[in-house]
Design a protein around this ligand. Structure first.
Ligand code: TTP
Ligand code: MN
Ligand code: MN
Ligand code: MN
Length: 363
């Protein structure tokens, strides 16, 4: 008797929000190749092409086992001709020439450097690149005009390039909770972003502030930020007032930005004591978002990410359910009504989706 082992065929749903995507997965080289091309396309201002590569990469992220060969791609969604060629090359040769060329290119490396600066997006980075700037030193020697935010980003560049660890993020969440609870008893602080998805490191710390009684959260952020300032912990901050109104047209098309009161900061993270002469702190990025209790499940869902998972949830809601989902609520366009929810699970139920826990939203 001859035993033939046949791997079960790969089945993947078309929307990332219908799939369970863990942080660690068996196809890192393939995903990295596609994500590099996605990033390069965004750096070139080609958003549709970038999204196509991101979608293909996300499909590979959710596969339960290593891809055996390109013959397995035919049943998978979102793999276009270009992605197919890239995957074939990586499977056969270990690397893809196009990807290697992109990674070596001055354009890609410079755009990656500039967009890593806090407050610098693709458009600004592209302007600087076309002016011939190539390094942080060039910004200074050319007297490039920087916003206050970019100035802080450049000053803290090396610190902010160091990933924030989970213990550090949890420490900051505790610090903020203690301060918030002194200002407003029963205030809550929730660690969202990549850490909620189980990532061991992050580029920042995302905290949602709320209070079990709707409306009590109003007026918390100002005194909280003032306290951080008094403690000498605040290296940079810019705040935004809440601009949310229920009369505004619900929208999911204006990107990930929402209308919560928030504060983007750079904080002095106090480090455990070490030998003499060693600096006792490091700069870290902290985002504080103030959320009314009734919107907390939506804000939690919106701020947990991944960015691609969020984009797919909103696309699914609109195209498959005629609903508008954002970090404030869920709006049924046919009925003209908002659908309330008291948990993330309920939002998935409203959408007719299986619940995907945070650690499986790494799409
Ligand atoms: P990020 O902090 O940018 O990303 P992340 O936490 O997934 O990754 P990292 O570990 O590198 O920090 O954003 C977190 C989530 O918040 C993301 O899903 C998008 C969402 N978001 C909003 O909803 N509104 C906003 O204004 C911003 C800046 C982010
Ligand atoms: Mn192509
Ligand atoms: Mn984050
Ligand atoms: Mn953030």
């Amino acid at each position: 008797h001859v035993t033939v082992t046949v791997e079960p065929s790969l089945q993947v749903a078309p929307y990332a929000c219908q799939r369970r995507t863990p942080l660690d997965h068996p196809n890192p080289a393939l995903v990295m190749a596609l994500e590099t091309l996605a990033e390069a396309a965004l750096f070139a201002g080609e958003e549709a092409r970038g999204l196509a590569f991101t979608r293909a990469a996300s499909v590979l992220r959710c596969l339960p086992r290593a891809l055996q060969g390109t013959h397995e791609l035919s049943g998978l969604p979102c793999i276009g001709g270009h992605s197919h060629r890239v995957l074939q090359e990586v499977l056969e040769d270990g690397v893809c020439a196009e990807v290697e060329a992109v990674k070596q290119s001055e354009r890609y490396q410079t755009m990656k450097l500039f967009t890593q600066i806090f407050g610098v997006g693709v458009r600004t980075a592209d302007c600087w690149y076309r002016e011939g700037l190539r390094s942080l030193g060039d910004l200074q020697s050319h007297g490039t005009r920087l916003t206050r935010q970019q100035q802080a980003g450049v000053e803290c560049f090396e610190d902010l390039a160091v990933p924030v660890g989970r213990a550090e993020a949890e420490g900051l969440a505790c610090l903020v909770l203690d301060a918030a609870a002194r200002l407003l008893p029963s205030a809550s602080v929730t660690l969202a972003g990549g850490f909620r998805r189980g990532k061991p490191h992050g580029h920042d710390v995302d905290l949602l502030l709320s209070h079990p009684e709707e409306g009590r959260e109003v007026g918390l952020l100002g005194p909280l930020v003032a306290w951080l300032e008094e403690q000498g912990l605040l290296l940079y901050q810019h705040s935004q007032h809440s601009s949310y109104t229920t009369t505004a047209e619900p929208s999911s098309s204006c990107g990930p930005l929402d209308r919560f009161e928030r504060c983007f900061t750079i904080l002095r993270l106090v480090l455990p004591a070490t030998g003499t002469g060693v600096r006792a702190w490091r700069a870290v990025r902290l985002d504080l978002v103030v959320v009314p209790h009734s919107q907390l499940p939506f804000a939690l869902l919106g701020w947990t990410g991944s960015r691609h998972f969020e984009r797919e949830l909103r696309r699914f809601a609109r195209h498959e359910r005629e609903m508008v989902l954002n970090s404030h609520g869920l709006y049924n366009m046919r009925q003209g009504t908002f659908l309330p929810a008291s948990s993330e699970e309920e939002i998935f139920q409203h959408l007719g989706l299986d619940y995907i826990p945070p650690t499986l939203r790494n799409a």
